[in-house]
Design a protein. Sequence first.
Length: 290
Amino acid sequence: MKLKEQHKVPQLEQPIRLQEYGIGIFTTNPTRSGFKKAIKKGLVLVNGKTATTALFINGGELIELLQEESNKKAFDFPLEVIFEDEYLAVIFKPAGVLVSGNSFATIANALEQNLKKSTLKDAVLPRPVHRLDYPTSGLLLIGKTNTATIALTKLFEVKEIEKTYHAITIGNMKSSGEITIPVDDKESQSQFTVLQSIPSEKYTFLNLVELHPKTGRRHQLRKHLHGIGNPILGDKEYYIEALLSYGNGLYLHASKLEFTHPFINQKLIFEKELPKKFKRIFPDLLNQSL
Protein backbone atom coordinates (compact mmCIF):
# COMPACT_ATOMS: atom_id res chain seq x y z
CA MET A 1 0.00 0.00 0.00
CA LYS A 2 1.11 3.55 -0.70
CA LEU A 3 1.30 6.41 1.79
CA LYS A 4 -1.47 8.92 1.16
CA GLU A 5 -1.02 11.46 4.00
CA GLN A 6 0.77 11.76 7.33
CA HIS A 7 0.32 13.82 10.48
CA LYS A 8 2.63 14.54 13.42
CA VAL A 9 0.71 14.76 16.68
CA PRO A 10 1.63 17.80 18.83
CA GLN A 11 1.97 17.53 22.60
CA LEU A 12 -1.43 16.89 24.21
CA GLU A 13 -2.72 17.84 27.64
CA GLN A 14 -4.34 14.43 28.04
CA PRO A 15 -4.63 11.21 26.05
CA ILE A 16 -7.41 10.91 23.48
CA ARG A 17 -8.71 7.93 21.56
CA LEU A 18 -7.28 7.77 18.03
CA GLN A 19 -10.67 7.61 16.31
CA GLU A 20 -11.67 10.84 18.07
CA TYR A 21 -8.37 12.66 17.52
CA GLY A 22 -8.23 11.70 13.85
CA ILE A 23 -11.42 13.51 12.81
CA GLY A 24 -10.43 16.14 10.26
CA ILE A 25 -6.64 15.68 10.36
CA PHE A 26 -6.59 14.17 6.86
CA THR A 27 -8.16 15.99 3.93
CA THR A 28 -8.92 12.75 2.08
CA ASN A 29 -10.75 11.21 5.04
CA PRO A 30 -12.15 14.07 7.14
CA THR A 31 -15.24 12.53 8.74
CA ARG A 32 -15.63 10.44 11.89
CA SER A 33 -17.15 7.49 10.04
CA GLY A 34 -14.61 7.67 7.21
CA PHE A 35 -11.62 7.72 9.57
CA LYS A 36 -13.03 4.89 11.72
CA LYS A 37 -13.59 2.81 8.58
CA ALA A 38 -9.98 3.43 7.51
CA ILE A 39 -8.73 2.22 10.91
CA LYS A 40 -10.78 -0.98 10.67
CA LYS A 41 -9.41 -1.61 7.17
CA GLY A 42 -5.85 -1.37 8.50
CA LEU A 43 -5.13 1.81 6.55
CA VAL A 44 -3.97 3.86 9.58
CA LEU A 45 -0.50 3.46 11.06
CA VAL A 46 0.72 4.99 14.33
CA ASN A 47 4.51 5.05 14.64
CA GLY A 48 4.72 2.49 11.85
CA LYS A 49 2.29 -0.01 13.38
CA THR A 50 -1.27 -0.79 12.30
CA ALA A 51 -3.63 1.07 14.61
CA THR A 52 -6.87 -0.07 16.25
CA THR A 53 -9.93 1.86 17.33
CA ALA A 54 -8.97 1.18 20.99
CA LEU A 55 -5.63 3.00 20.70
CA PHE A 56 -5.07 6.21 22.68
CA ILE A 57 -2.88 9.07 21.40
CA ASN A 58 -0.62 10.77 23.96
CA GLY A 59 1.27 13.28 21.79
CA GLY A 60 4.34 13.07 19.56
CA GLU A 61 3.12 10.12 17.45
CA LEU A 62 3.33 9.95 13.67
CA ILE A 63 -0.03 9.00 12.15
CA GLU A 64 -0.02 7.78 8.55
CA LEU A 65 -2.97 7.18 6.24
CA LEU A 66 -2.41 4.59 3.52
CA GLN A 67 -3.91 4.36 0.04
CA GLU A 68 -6.11 1.29 -0.30
CA GLU A 69 -5.11 -0.85 -3.25
CA SER A 70 -7.86 -1.38 -5.76
CA ASN A 71 -8.29 -4.49 -7.87
CA LYS A 72 -11.17 -2.89 -9.68
CA LYS A 73 -10.68 -3.07 -13.42
CA ALA A 74 -11.21 0.10 -15.41
CA PHE A 75 -14.05 0.16 -17.93
CA ASP A 76 -12.40 0.74 -21.31
CA PHE A 77 -14.80 3.37 -22.63
CA PRO A 78 -13.61 6.63 -24.24
CA LEU A 79 -15.41 9.71 -22.93
CA GLU A 80 -15.67 13.22 -24.35
CA VAL A 81 -14.11 15.56 -21.79
CA ILE A 82 -15.68 19.01 -22.04
CA PHE A 83 -13.61 20.65 -19.26
CA GLU A 84 -11.00 19.58 -16.75
CA ASP A 85 -8.79 21.18 -14.11
CA GLU A 86 -7.20 19.98 -10.85
CA TYR A 87 -10.52 20.10 -8.97
CA LEU A 88 -13.28 18.98 -11.29
CA ALA A 89 -14.27 17.91 -14.76
CA VAL A 90 -17.32 18.01 -17.01
CA ILE A 91 -17.83 15.08 -19.36
CA PHE A 92 -20.45 14.08 -21.91
CA LYS A 93 -22.47 11.02 -20.90
CA PRO A 94 -23.94 9.14 -23.87
CA ALA A 95 -27.42 7.67 -23.62
CA GLY A 96 -27.56 4.01 -22.67
CA VAL A 97 -24.78 3.98 -20.05
CA LEU A 98 -25.18 3.87 -16.28
CA VAL A 99 -23.50 6.66 -14.30
CA SER A 100 -22.62 4.39 -11.36
CA GLY A 101 -23.77 1.32 -9.49
CA ASN A 102 -22.87 -2.34 -9.16
CA SER A 103 -22.47 -2.89 -12.89
CA PHE A 104 -18.99 -2.89 -14.46
CA ALA A 105 -19.97 -0.82 -17.52
CA THR A 106 -20.50 2.55 -15.80
CA ILE A 107 -19.28 6.08 -16.35
CA ALA A 108 -17.73 5.99 -12.85
CA ASN A 109 -15.53 3.02 -13.85
CA ALA A 110 -14.42 4.78 -17.05
CA LEU A 111 -13.40 8.10 -15.46
CA GLU A 112 -9.91 7.21 -14.23
CA GLN A 113 -8.60 6.38 -17.70
CA ASN A 114 -10.24 9.43 -19.32
CA LEU A 115 -9.21 12.12 -16.80
CA LYS A 116 -5.83 13.31 -15.54
CA LYS A 117 -5.09 12.54 -11.91
CA SER A 118 -5.20 15.68 -9.77
CA THR A 119 -1.87 16.75 -8.28
CA LEU A 120 -3.58 18.18 -5.19
CA LYS A 121 -2.94 16.41 -1.89
CA ASP A 122 -6.55 15.34 -1.41
CA ALA A 123 -6.87 13.80 -4.89
CA VAL A 124 -9.26 10.87 -5.08
CA LEU A 125 -10.55 8.65 -7.84
CA PRO A 126 -12.78 10.94 -9.92
CA ARG A 127 -16.47 10.43 -9.21
CA PRO A 128 -19.78 11.87 -10.44
CA VAL A 129 -21.45 14.34 -8.07
CA HIS A 130 -24.98 14.02 -9.50
CA ARG A 131 -27.09 11.61 -11.54
CA LEU A 132 -28.27 11.24 -15.10
CA ASP A 133 -30.67 8.42 -15.92
CA TYR A 134 -29.45 5.47 -18.00
CA PRO A 135 -31.33 6.58 -21.17
CA THR A 136 -30.48 10.29 -20.76
CA SER A 137 -27.56 11.93 -22.54
CA GLY A 138 -25.71 15.09 -21.60
CA LEU A 139 -23.34 16.92 -19.29
CA LEU A 140 -22.13 15.27 -16.10
CA LEU A 141 -20.13 17.02 -13.36
CA ILE A 142 -17.20 15.12 -11.80
CA GLY A 143 -15.21 15.74 -8.60
CA LYS A 144 -11.46 14.99 -8.70
CA THR A 145 -10.55 15.78 -5.08
CA ASN A 146 -12.29 15.09 -1.79
CA THR A 147 -12.84 18.77 -0.99
CA ALA A 148 -14.08 19.48 -4.53
CA THR A 149 -16.61 16.64 -4.36
CA ILE A 150 -17.90 17.94 -1.02
CA ALA A 151 -18.07 21.54 -2.32
CA LEU A 152 -19.88 20.59 -5.54
CA THR A 153 -22.36 18.42 -3.65
CA LYS A 154 -23.07 21.40 -1.40
CA LEU A 155 -23.67 23.63 -4.44
CA PHE A 156 -26.32 21.17 -5.62
CA GLU A 157 -27.90 21.09 -2.17
CA VAL A 158 -28.22 24.89 -2.00
CA LYS A 159 -29.41 25.03 -5.63
CA GLU A 160 -26.45 27.07 -6.92
CA ILE A 161 -25.89 24.83 -9.94
CA GLU A 162 -28.29 25.67 -12.77
CA LYS A 163 -29.16 22.71 -15.01
CA THR A 164 -30.89 22.99 -18.38
CA TYR A 165 -32.38 20.04 -20.24
CA HIS A 166 -34.04 19.67 -23.61
CA ALA A 167 -36.68 17.09 -24.42
CA ILE A 168 -39.11 16.18 -27.16
CA THR A 169 -42.58 15.69 -25.74
CA ILE A 170 -45.86 14.29 -27.03
CA GLY A 171 -49.19 16.08 -27.44
CA ASN A 172 -50.66 19.56 -27.39
CA MET A 173 -48.79 21.65 -24.82
CA LYS A 174 -48.92 25.12 -23.26
CA SER A 175 -46.17 27.47 -24.40
CA SER A 176 -44.63 27.62 -20.92
CA GLY A 177 -45.36 26.84 -17.32
CA GLU A 178 -44.30 25.44 -13.99
CA ILE A 179 -44.94 21.89 -12.76
CA THR A 180 -45.16 21.31 -9.01
CA ILE A 181 -46.46 17.74 -8.86
CA PRO A 182 -44.86 16.01 -5.83
CA VAL A 183 -42.35 13.28 -6.67
CA ASP A 184 -42.11 10.41 -4.17
CA ASP A 185 -44.22 12.52 -1.80
CA LYS A 186 -41.61 15.29 -1.86
CA GLU A 187 -41.98 18.88 -3.02
CA SER A 188 -40.80 19.18 -6.63
CA GLN A 189 -40.61 22.01 -9.14
CA SER A 190 -39.80 22.14 -12.86
CA GLN A 191 -40.14 24.98 -15.34
CA PHE A 192 -40.69 24.42 -19.07
CA THR A 193 -40.76 26.47 -22.27
CA VAL A 194 -41.88 25.09 -25.63
CA LEU A 195 -39.39 26.21 -28.29
CA GLN A 196 -41.01 24.58 -31.33
CA SER A 197 -44.00 22.37 -32.10
CA ILE A 198 -44.77 20.35 -35.22
CA PRO A 199 -47.91 18.38 -36.11
CA SER A 200 -47.69 14.59 -35.91
CA GLU A 201 -50.13 12.02 -37.25
CA LYS A 202 -49.41 9.59 -34.41
CA TYR A 203 -48.81 12.01 -31.51
CA THR A 204 -50.94 15.03 -32.58
CA PHE A 205 -47.94 17.27 -31.82
CA LEU A 206 -44.27 16.84 -31.07
CA ASN A 207 -42.69 19.62 -29.01
CA LEU A 208 -39.10 20.67 -28.47
CA VAL A 209 -39.06 21.76 -24.84
CA GLU A 210 -36.48 23.52 -22.67
CA LEU A 211 -36.58 22.39 -19.04
CA HIS A 212 -35.21 23.79 -15.78
CA PRO A 213 -35.56 21.49 -12.76
CA LYS A 214 -35.56 23.52 -9.55
CA THR A 215 -35.44 20.41 -7.37
CA GLY A 216 -33.55 17.19 -7.98
CA ARG A 217 -35.90 14.27 -7.47
CA ARG A 218 -35.34 10.93 -9.16
CA HIS A 219 -36.92 10.89 -12.64
CA GLN A 220 -38.40 14.31 -11.86
CA LEU A 221 -38.61 15.71 -15.39
CA ARG A 222 -39.93 12.45 -16.80
CA LYS A 223 -42.59 12.15 -14.09
CA HIS A 224 -43.54 15.83 -14.29
CA LEU A 225 -44.07 15.82 -18.05
CA HIS A 226 -46.02 12.58 -17.88
CA GLY A 227 -48.05 14.09 -15.05
CA ILE A 228 -49.29 16.97 -17.23
CA GLY A 229 -50.13 14.62 -20.10
CA ASN A 230 -47.05 15.35 -22.24
CA PRO A 231 -44.63 12.44 -21.72
CA ILE A 232 -41.19 12.47 -23.26
CA LEU A 233 -40.90 10.71 -26.60
CA GLY A 234 -39.34 7.28 -26.15
CA ASP A 235 -39.93 7.04 -22.40
CA LYS A 236 -40.64 3.37 -21.64
CA GLU A 237 -41.48 3.95 -17.95
CA TYR A 238 -43.72 7.03 -18.03
CA TYR A 239 -45.88 6.85 -21.13
CA ILE A 240 -49.41 6.93 -22.53
CA GLU A 241 -50.79 3.63 -23.84
CA ALA A 242 -50.61 3.31 -27.64
CA LEU A 243 -48.18 6.26 -27.83
CA LEU A 244 -45.02 4.44 -26.78
CA SER A 245 -42.11 4.76 -29.21
CA TYR A 246 -39.47 2.01 -29.42
CA GLY A 247 -37.32 3.71 -32.03
CA ASN A 248 -34.38 5.77 -30.82
CA GLY A 249 -34.51 5.74 -27.04
CA LEU A 250 -35.43 8.56 -24.67
CA TYR A 251 -35.47 12.10 -26.08
CA LEU A 252 -34.03 13.81 -22.99
CA HIS A 253 -30.70 15.61 -22.99
CA ALA A 254 -28.82 17.49 -20.25
CA SER A 255 -27.66 20.39 -22.40
CA LYS A 256 -26.28 23.05 -20.04
CA LEU A 257 -24.55 23.49 -16.66
CA GLU A 258 -23.96 26.85 -14.98
CA PHE A 259 -22.20 27.39 -11.65
CA THR A 260 -19.44 29.32 -9.93
CA HIS A 261 -16.23 27.33 -9.54
CA PRO A 262 -15.94 26.77 -5.76
CA PHE A 263 -12.15 27.27 -5.69
CA ILE A 264 -11.29 29.88 -8.33
CA ASN A 265 -14.57 31.81 -7.95
CA GLN A 266 -15.12 31.95 -11.71
CA LYS A 267 -18.52 31.65 -13.39
CA LEU A 268 -18.54 28.56 -15.61
CA ILE A 269 -21.06 27.78 -18.35
CA PHE A 270 -20.94 24.52 -20.31
CA GLU A 271 -23.20 23.57 -23.20
CA LYS A 272 -23.57 20.43 -25.28
CA GLU A 273 -25.47 20.49 -28.55
CA LEU A 274 -28.53 18.35 -28.98
CA PRO A 275 -28.10 14.80 -30.35
CA LYS A 276 -28.67 14.12 -34.02
CA LYS A 277 -31.93 12.29 -33.29
CA PHE A 278 -33.38 15.60 -32.04
CA LYS A 279 -32.30 17.33 -35.25
CA ARG A 280 -33.90 14.69 -37.43
CA ILE A 281 -37.29 15.63 -35.96
CA PHE A 282 -36.55 19.37 -35.77
CA PRO A 283 -34.19 19.99 -38.73
CA ASP A 284 -34.15 23.77 -38.08
CA LEU A 285 -31.88 22.98 -35.12
CA LEU A 286 -29.03 22.41 -37.54
CA ASN A 287 -28.69 26.16 -37.84
CA GLN A 288 -29.37 27.01 -34.22
CA SER A 289 -27.38 26.99 -31.01
CA LEU A 290 -29.45 26.07 -27.98
